[in-house]
Design a protein around this ligand. Structure first.
Ligand SMILES: *[C@@H]1O[C@H](CO)[C@@H](O)[C@H](O)[C@H]1NC(C)=O
Ligand SMILES: *[C@@H]1O[C@H](CO)[C@@H](O)[C@H](O)[C@H]1NC(C)=O
Ligand SMILES: *[C@@H]1O[C@H](CO)[C@@H](O)[C@H](O)[C@H]1NC(C)=O
Ligand SMILES: *[C@@H]1O[C@H](CO)[C@@H](O)[C@H](O)[C@H]1NC(C)=O
Ligand SMILES: CC(=O)N[C@H]1CO[C@H](CO)[C@@H](O)[C@@H]1O
Length: 459
């Protein structure tokens, strides 16, 4: 079965975007690229990506996760290393120049947080601990709600000093709230949200307070129960964290042919969350990109194409940031566009193009980002597939590129966001559950391939 792949087609479309003037086609090709072994321009790449081939890569990654402890593929683990080796071997076989970019860092490998609400009855709740949160144990503290969104120091009342301040999940990055809470003398910052997503503080170097998330179906009601009872609610909170030095690698595969000065880069991350085999998140991105790379190897491209398979994506884009730090200004300047592909197999997914406003600067992405977004939207429109643009959230490896001034966009099937009625009515029947998450198994310990619906439209 042959089908149209957004990733495959958009590679072709984006290559034309970075081509600019078509006349430069042959000038920059080395002698090995003059052979008739190559077809010249990959305009029809989209027709050569087979769904079965993509699924085979996902199945291979599932096989890897089946035989490792806890079935996860966390950075530096056996499952992660086997995934990386599999990718590198596949790409080497079809002739890419492979660069193994070593990665070594202190990574949070274990975290757990618990809340005990004293009172009648005593409530025990699991908290999701923010990545890079400081740790500790606090007993008999008051729960004090911050006013507004907790983005300004005056949002934390004096009686929150040394206590547990509660904020919502909107308004500004959690990292900012946590730093402000620290200045306000708060002991623990508790964010209430109804999603399973593990929050992150970005990096371990900034001043933060212990930061945890209380996952509640109705956070505002729980909060008012905790804070507006006539007797003050007291809580005990315990945050455990373990850091370990982790060794891993990112894989960069570079096409043999093409002009370096206008390089197109495509990337995805290879690691999973702790409790998950990560088959959608993000094996689907790996599989789609890997198969695109394999098919593209048959073509002589005008411009250089690099495929990146990042490690430590889960720990705040560490892998891609470590790679970017090793590049010279000139290397980075040659990359004219970066496309990130992740979670393309979301069972209730909806095609989303990531672009818009950079959360770090509050400004639009670097010049050229919009054109990339238009090419991706254009693809969906041309194929009568409903899609939408969502703002960069900072959680994908595209953020690394935005931060160094390289135009970037992302392709995404959706995670714990909720499908709207409009999106549902513009989705095929099997993905039309309004009011349900795009990925019902996001960050859950499932290894079932059946949970994925690798459907042609989303791959
Ligand atoms: C072209 O393909 C043939 C057969 O697959 C191979 O032997 C030859 O080395 C290739 N030439 C180049 C320049 O890659
Ligand atoms: C809040 O308290 C009310 C009344 O006791 C209870 O029915 C409700 O379930 C509580 N909500 C939460 C989120 O704990
Ligand atoms: C809390 O106190 C107010 C007045 O002080 C009273 O009207 C209300 O019934 C009390 N609520 C509970 C749950 O005891
Ligand atoms: C994973 O690979 C890295 C090298 O990239 C190595 O240092 C590390 O020991 C490997 N981890 C395991 C668990 O084999
Ligand atoms: C485990 C992991 O890194 N998941 C990521 C997969 O990609 C999406 C989109 O970039 C991220 O939001 C997830 O955090």
């Amino acid at each position: 079965m042959r089908f149209t792949s957004p990733v495959g087609l958009t590679v072709g479309a984006l290559m034309m975007l970075v081509d600019g003037i078509e006349a430069q086609v042959h000038h920059h090709q080395g002698p090995e690229c003059q052979s008739t072994n190559f077809t010249s321009v990959p305009q029809r790449l989209e027709f050569t990506i087979e769904k079965e081939a993509v699924l085979r890569h996902v199945e291979q990654i599932k096989r890897i996760s089946d035989v490792v402890p806890f079935h996860h593929r966390v950075t530096g683990s056996v499952g992660s290393n086997s995934t990386i080796n599999y990718i590198a071997n596949q790409l080497k076989t079809v002739g890419y120049d492979i660069e193994v970019v070593p990665f070594s860092a202190e990574i949070q490998v274990y975290s757990r947080a618990e809340l005990m609400i004293e009172g009648n009855p005593v409530l025990h709740m699991r908290l999701e601990q923010a990545v890079w949160s400081p740790y500790g144990k606090w007993t008999h503290r008051r729960v004090v709600p911050a006013s507004n969104d907790g983005c300004h120091i005056e949002d934390y009342p004096h009686r929150a000093r040394g206590q547990v301040a509660v904020v919502n999940g909107v308004g500004c990055p959690l990292s900012k709230k946590s730093s402000i809470a620290k200045s306000a003398g708060v002991a623990v910052l508790m964010v209430t949200e109804d999603t399973e997503l593990q929050p992150t503080l970005g990096n371990p170097d900034e001043p933060h307070v212990a930061t945890v998330k209380l996952i509640a179906k109705n956070p505002s009601q729980l909060l008012s129960n905790l804070t507006h009872t006539n007797t003050t609610a007291y809580v005990d909170i315990e945050v455990h964290t373990k850091l370990a030095s982790v060794e891993s690698a990112s894989i960069i595969a570079t096409s043999k042919c093409g002009y370096d000065g206008r390089t197109l880069m495509l990337g995805t991350r290879t690691d999973s969350f702790h409790r998950s085999a990560g088959l959608n998140d993000n094996a689907s991105g790996v599989a789609a990109l890997l198969e695109t790379a394999i098919q593209l190897s048959k073509y002589r491209t005008t411009n250089r194409v690099k495929f990146a398979f990042w490690t430590a994506g889960h720990s705040d884009n560490y892998g891609s940031r470590a790679w970017a730090q090793r590049q010279s200004e000139r290397d980075l300047d040659q990359i004219k566009f970066y496309l990130d592909a992740n979670m393309l197999g979301s069972a209730n997914g909806f095609p989303q193009v990531i672009g818009g406003t950079n959360p770090t600067t509050g400004l639009p992405g670097p010049a050229g980002s919009d054109r990339g977004v238009d090419v991706l939207r254009g693809f969906f429109g041309h194929n009568h597939i409903a899609s939408k643009v969502v703002d960069y959230s900072g959680r994908g490896d595209y953020q690394t590129f935005l931060d160094v001034g390289i135009p970037a966009a992302g392709l995404f099937g959706g995670a714990d966001g909720i499908k709207t009625p409009w999106e549902a009515s513009n989705s095929p029947k099997q993905r039309a559950a309004a009011g349900m998450p795009y990925d019902p198994v996001y960050n859950r310990p499932t290894t079932k391939l059946g949970a994925l619906l690798m459907d042609p439209e989303l791959l």
